[in-house]
Design a protein around this ligand. Structure first.
Ligand SMILES: [Mg+2]
Length: 393
């Protein structure tokens, strides 16, 4: 079998549908989802006209990748950042893989990493590599008529424990989640009272969920070491399970410094690290307790396998970033022993059934805080070849 074509294309509104419009009928939705109005601390918070995330974040669409083989087999993967990623795949990585064996996922991943090295395999190229790698694993599962989680070692547990991310905490509790993560509203740029204002939100949330639900805090690259230390110390009484993604991702010496200043606090991160290399360095220095690669960003299924193996040998855990929001993350998490939790990014309007908040027709969604991927061949994403070819036109 040989690869015949690799095509990348835009897919608007794929992974998380809010299900809310300011005007018009919103059906079962009761209110706008949290992220419509929430203040979220971010790396640009200190620049007044770009204080809010939506004023500066790239608006590129999601990207679909369709790989076809000369015998008619096919596979579908997804990634992000629209035209730049599409160009890297269609104009460079893809054509160089034509006529290769599509089942050789490790070899093809290694080739892509090396091909991208003149402009760095990290960053946007890592997104491109992820999309192709996920499509290849999907193809492999379809050819072997097996779910990818079986190819990767089989189920590591009966079902995935899921936590919900977002600030619609009452909705998370209603859905049956037993762990929930807040987006932290204020960071270093917001001044000294940012610590008290964050504490107010955490205290209110702890009161709402009670003592037996885990609570985490996502800090989305908005802190420096000093702020992270002061906030963590203030929040200690509220029993936060972890604080996440506090610093600029590449600033490795600050990660090391934060670890030294907060030896008692569970620290997590890695969603903005690309390729397995920073994970090796981070795990060696034990800067985090839990590592959170994104399977659509870091280099795909193959990269995540390598990261999980490094982490396992060091005795630390992996929880994929937004791993329960796509069938790709679900299959990976379900089949690895050191991926015990899954993240469900809850971006849909409260009241809407979770099935209505995803763009994957075949994907399982969490029920009562647990999720089991479907056992369809490949990743069970639910797209037909005809539908994908239509999108690729
Ligand atoms: Mg995060």
């Amino acid at each position: 079998m040989k690869i015949k074509s690799i095509r990348a294309f835009r897919i608007p509104n794929l992974t998380v549908k809010s299900g809310w419009s300011a005007e018009g009928d919103n059906g079962a939705a009761r209110r706008a989802p949290w992220q419509v109005n929430a203040e979220v601390a971010n790396p640009m918070s200190g620049y007044a006209r770009y204080r809010l995330r939506d004023t500066w974040r790239a608006k590129f669409d999601a990207v679909g990748v369709l790989v076809t083989a000369d015998d008619g087999s096919w596979g579908f993967g997804t990634t992000a950042f629209g035209e730049p990623t599409i160009s890297l795949i269609n104009d460079h990585l893809g054509p160089l893989l034509w006529d290769e064996n599509p089942m050789a996922t490790d070899r093809l991943w290694d080739m892509m990493m090396r091909i991208a090295s003149p402009y760095s395999a990290a960053g946007l190229a890592s997104y491109a590599i992820s999309g192709v790698d996920l499509a290849l694993w999907d193809l492999k599962g379809r050819v072997l008529k097996t779910p990818v989680y079986e190819l990767a070692g089989g189920p590591a547990r009966e079902r995935m424990f899921c936590y919900a991310t977002g600030n619609d905490t009452d909705w998370h509790m209603e859905l049956g989640f037993r762990a929930t993560k807040l987006a932290c509203p204020y960071g270093t740029a917001d001044g000294l009272d940012a610590i008290s204002r964050n504490e107010d939100l955490v205290a209110k949330t702890r009161e709402l969920i009670g003592p037996d639900v885990d609570l985490m805090l996502d800090c989305w690259m908005a802190f420096d070491v000093e702020f992270a230390v002061r906030l963590a110390e203030r929040l200690r009484a509220h029993r936060i399970k972890w604080i996440e993604d506090c610093l600029i991702p590449e600033d490795m010496s600050s990660h090391v410094a934060l670890r030294a200043r907060l030896p008692w606090m569970t620290l997590t991160g890695g969603e903005h690290w690309y390729t397995p290399y920073p994970f090796f360095n981070g795990i060696r220095d034990r800067v985090f307790d839990i590592y959170q690669p994104d399977i659509h960003w870091v280099g795909g299924f193959t990269a995540c396998r390598r990261i999980a193996d490094i982490a396992d040998a060091a005795g630390v855990e992996v929880i994929l970033h937004a791993g329960m929001n796509t069938p790709y993350g679900q299959h990976f998490s379900y089949s690895h022993t050191n991926t015990r939790w899954g993240e469900w990014f809850a971006g849909g309007a409260p009241g809407l059934p979770l099935e209505k908040t995803t763009g994957f027709p075949g994907m399982a969604v969490p029920k009562d805080g647990y999720c089991v991927p479907t056992d369809e061949p490949g990743f069970g994403h639910g797209f037909t070849l005809a539908a994908l070819e239509e999108m690729a036109l």
